[in-house]
Design a binder for this molecule. Structure first.
Ligand SMILES: *Cc1c(COP(=O)(O)O)cnc(C)c1O
Length: 376
């Protein structure tokens, strides 16, 4: 028998979360007397660890899908996705444009070199592009000074027949925090003012949830949002739980107790003896370790559910196992179900916080050795 650990992925939660975002945007559109934006569901990094094919099935009601990896984009087409696919980093070499053409993908364009590659390509149909503006995050994008001429160059390429629609796009650095998006939006509006119409895309999950009004379209301008993490039922915010938006966790990481130790007061637990029993206590050994993707930085006190009862991790997480305090669960013994995060456990964000990271990292880091069960 394989180790008792597995991750289950709920298709119903994926489509539920997409629906939550959809309704949130509809409400903002009504309040602003405009049109709700379309949704590119972001499925980069193997759909944040949930599996590309599962995400394609769960997000069948999205208008588009967005990711970075060409091979993942091809898998979407092979899984039957016929709608728009946006490559968030565009293409890296001329040969990529052949796949973009063959699989009818849209591309973010953020460098002059990419415009050059487009100029030399002979695609069988026009490539739709999103021209990316760096509004202050200083990651990808043309500087505000260079944006106008990049846009003019893209218009030329459209006249030559290699480019289709030319959209405008940026990415926020602080939509989840106190700084917000106002400064970057001001740069965006200024640098894109007067440029020919085309789709606009600015919002990630945090901005979609917190500032949906900036994605509301007026007139003929098409808008798209790019939510990722919230669609998987985790929060983009440090201080607001995903559940407070009505989002449901999609991934549940579960295992079992495979050993029990009855400890006298003063006994030490695990590598480095970082935990010492303050009194006689029972400790359970769970088949889940950092080689499964559970964060080694999660220390004593990290929440864990054992047999439906909330308890805590004790000592250091090791490669294949971790230990938990069984005092709150006197009935616990070998084989008792353990929920590390998800539907019937603590939220992935709580575990991440205890480990000094974010839910994104834990979801993406689910190890390939953990069997995944897709649930309806
Ligand atoms: C990852 C990413 C997103 C989605 O971000 P979330 O915080 O997961 O919503 C949107 N846009 C770009 C360009 C990204 O790289």
């Amino acid at each position: 028998m394989p180790r008792p650990i597995h991750a289950s992925i709920s298709l119903a939660a994926l489509s539920h979360n997409l629906d939550v975002v959809r309704r949130h945007l509809d409400q903002a559109a009504r309040a602003a007397a405009g049109t709700a934006p379309s949704i590119w569901a972001v499925i980069k990094a193997n759909a944040y660890g949930h599996g590309i094919e599962t995400a394609v099935a769960g997000f069948s009601a999205a208008q588009g899908l967005a990711m970075l990896d060409l091979a993942e984009a091809v898998r979407c087409r092979e899984a039957g996705w016929g709608g728009p696919i946006l490559l968030l980093e565009g293409f890296f070499q001329p040969a990529d444009l052949e796949l973009i053409d063959r699989y009818h993908l849209s591309a973010t364009v953020h460098t002059r070199e990419q415009l050059d590659m487009l100029a030399h390509a002979r695609p069988s149909r026009r490539v739709d592009i999103m021209l990316k503006l760096n509004t202050g995050m200083n990651r990808l994008g043309f500087s505000p000074d260079a944006y106008g001429s990049a846009h003019a160059r893209a218009l030329q390429l459209r006249e030559q027949g290699c480019v289709g629609t030319i959209g405008k796009m940026t990415h926020f650095a602080c939509a989840d925090g106190a700084q917000g998006v106002a400064g970057q939006m001001q740069v965006f509006r200024h640098a894109t003012r007067g440029l020919a119409d085309g789709p606009v895309s600015v919002c990630n999950s945090a901005a979609t949830l917190r500032y949906p009004e900036i994605a509301v379209a007026h007139g003929s301008q098409a808008h798209w949002v790019r939510p990722g993490i919230c669609l998987y039922g985790a929060s983009p915010f440090d201080d607001v739980a995903a559940a407070s938006f009505g989002l449901r966790p999609v991934m549940s990481l579960r295992s079992q107790i495979i050993g029990v130790q009855d400890l006298p007061a003063g006994a030490e637990v695990g590598y480095g003896a970082t935990f010492r029993a303050p009194r006689p206590m029972r400790v359970g050994v769970v088949a889940c370790g950092y080689a499964d993707g559970y964060p080694r930085h999660a220390g004593t006190g990290t929440p864990v559910m054992v047999g439906g009862v909330r308890t805590r991790l004790v000592g250091r997480v090791s490669m294949d196992m971790l230990m938990v305090d069984l005092d709150p669960v006197p009935a616990a013994g070998i084989g008792m179900p353990v929920s590390l995060w998800g539907h019937d456990g603590p939220s992935v964000d709580e575990v991440a916080q205890a480990a000094g990271t974010i839910g994104y990292e834990l979801l993406c880091a689910l190890a390939p050795r953990v069997p995944v069960r897709r649930e309806p």
